[in-house]
Design a protein around this ligand. Structure first.
Ligand SMILES: NC(=O)C1=CN([C@@H]2O[C@H](COP(=O)(O)OP(=O)(O)OC[C@H]3O[C@@H](n4cnc5c(N)ncnc54)[C@H](O)[C@@H]3O)[C@@H](O)[C@H]2O)[C@H](O)CC1
Ligand SMILES: [K+]
Length: 520
């Protein structure tokens, strides 16, 4: 559940060891044993009850974990050989203590500098105990050569704590970076294991306790979490799975207004409105340009349609903001943006709606985000909310990396460099709830908390998928969920539905946005 940075992990280590007196060697023993057990499990899964492992030992305590792991692998009936990245006499502290124990036990050791890749001849797998949370920058030689050779070996790799070469805080991977089959995260998952490309380098992530009291993480006010049932219950105050009350009537579940769709993109409004219904909104009204109202009539019988003035053009430029705000009055959610289109002065139009519908929780997606960003550029780039008044009702923004780049005045690459940190800072600074989409969507809330989602699949990168997400979040808001709950649950359910839709089709390819709605 908790996602920590290297610095937070170090502080937790220190607190555990210094304040609680749990010896570092005890933590290391638990770490090494956990890694050994996961290594054995990996080979057992491949039909090998016994195997031979090469443990790649670095200079720090990550290396120490590897030395302990070697002992436990042998106790579990596997063979283990140590491959030192640096001369063993360079090890210090707990790692040196483990080196001496391994020597006394006669565990065979080789220097990578001498043996090269031959060091693991005859082995079935490698344990990457080279670099952990003490990494600073890209792996230097000789670690880099060792990492390249390990990746080229074709052997399955079990990474201790993090794959060496991963930036544990951001998910960036250096060149080279270990590509692991399994990563055994010690005590708590590091943020970088749940953000691409780190998530790919890490393979399957298993979080194994090593004796650090988890209550310490809560006490230390860790502000990032992996989304899942426990997080929904313990951090977001949501009964999970979401339940309908028995004595429900359609008014119980609120009324969402979806302002979306235009001549060329009428389907975006249809998808968003349908998704809001499927997400459980009691009622859904779809506001769309007058010219589309008749052609779209009956396409979504469950939704009420409201044509807004458009001078026959099928777009929003002639729609009076106060008319839309009047439609929004009394609703529990307003979803605005999918398929809205752009026009001269659209930023001012959106601001008028933003202010006039001040009391209605608002989800801004797609073109509404681009209007916000454009308004920001006029206002000096990135400072879009400085000028805009804070709304009484909450705001949820659902940008993909490109829209986030425009909102922040950054490049996409800069956005992707530290998605969790950027999302937290943006949400806190602007007092909004943000769903920064992409593989492993990050939901950030006005108090700077981040929730990382791991449901979903690449098949969902298809036109309309974002319209569906905006609708789902609006539908959840309509039912009375808070902005944080609706964004987190919406992102999770959207991905989960996408996974089920892909499974039903036995392929991720060819998934279309409507499939996601059906799977909700
Ligand atoms: N979380 C816990 O309670 C425990 C964690 N353990 C393990 O300890 C490591 C962190 O150990 P640390 O000694 O701080 O650092 P590392 O072993 O990750 O590596 C630092 C080591 O490597 C050198 N180094 C740093 N950056 C580079 C680089 N870019 N290229 C080459 N060399 C580099 C640096 O000089 C140091 O010597 C944690 O991940 C866990 O695996 C404990 O074992 C159990 C308790
Ligand atoms: K490692």
């Amino acid at each position: 559940m908790y996602l920590v940075t290297s610095d937070e992990m170090r502080r937790l280590d220190r607190q555990t060891i210094d304040e609680f007196g749990i010896p570092a060697l005890a933590l290391m023993e638990n770490a090494g044993r956990a890694i050994a057990e996961e290594a054995v499990r990996l080979l057992a899964g491949a039909g090998k009850p016994r195997g031979a492992w090469a443990i790649l030992v670095g200079k720090g305590n990550n290396g120490g974990d590897g030395l302990v792991c070697a002992r436990h692998l042998r106790e579990l009936g596997h063979d283990a050989v140590l491959v030192y990245a640096v001369p063993p006499e360079q090890l210090a502290g707990e790692a040196a203590a483990q080196r001496d124990i391994a020597e006394r036990l006669g565990i065979p050791a080789r220097a990578f500098a001498d043996a090269g890749a031959a060091a693991w001849d005859g082995c079935d797998g490698l344990v990457d105990a080279l670099l952990g949370t003490g990494t600073a920058g890209a792996p230097r030689e000789p670690y880099a050569a060792l990492i390249r050779a390990a990746n080229a070996s074709g052997l399955p790799i079990v990474a201790a704590d993090i794959p060496s070469g991963l930036n544990a805080d951001t998910g960036e991977t250096a060149e080279p970076c270990i590509r692991a089959a399994v990563t055994v995260a010690l005590a708590l998952a590091k943020r970088g294991l749940l953000q691409h490309p780190g998530a790919e380098a890490a393979g399957r992530v298993v979080v194994r306790p090593i004796g650090i009291p988890e209550a310490l993480a809560a006490a230390m006010d860790v502000r990032a979490f992996a989304l899942g049932e426990r997080t929904f219950r313990e951090k977001l105050g949501l009964a999970w799975p979401l339940r309908r009350q028995a004595d429900a009537h359609k008014g119980t579940y609120g009324h969402a207004l979806v302002a979306a769709g235009s001549r060329a993109m009428s389907g975006a409004g249809l998808l968003a409105a349908k998704a809001a219904l499927r997400a459980g909104s009691g009622l859904v009204s779809w506001a769309l340009p007058e010219a589309l109202a008749l052609p779209m009539a009956g396409r979504l019988p469950e939704a009420m349609l409201h044509g807004v003035p458009d001078d026959g053009r099928g777009d929003w430029r002639a729609a009076p903001p106060e008319a839309l705000a009047a439609l929004a009055a009394g609703k529990q959610a307003l979803v605005i943006g999918p398929g809205l289109g752009r026009w001269e002065g659209d930023g001012a139009w959106l601001r008028a709606v933003w202010e006039a519908a001040d009391g209605v929780p608002l989800v801004a997606d797609a073109d509404a985000l681009n209007m916000l960003a454009a308004a920001g550029e006029q206002g000096g780039g990135g400072e879009l909310f400085a000028a805009w008044p804070r709304r009484k009702a909450p705001v949820v923004l659902t940008p993909h990396p490109g829209e986030m780049a425009r909102l922040c005045g950054l490049s996409v690459r800069e956005v992707q460099r530290d998605r969790i940190g950027l999302a937290q800072r943006f949400a806190e600074r602007h007092g909004v709830t943000l769903a920064l989409k992409g593989a492993r969507t990050v939901v950030a809330t006005p108090d700077g908390t981040a929730y990382v989602n791991a449901t979903g699949n690449p098949g969902m990168a298809t036109g309309g998928s974002g319209d569906v997400l905006a609708g789902i979040i609006g539908g959840l808001l309509a039912q009375g969920l808070t902005a944080e709950q609706a964004a987190a649950a919406g992102v999770y359910l959207h991905g989960e539905a996408g996974d089920r839709a892909a499974a039903a089709r036995a392929t991720e390819a060819g998934l279309i946005a409507g499939d996601i709605i059906e799977a909700l």
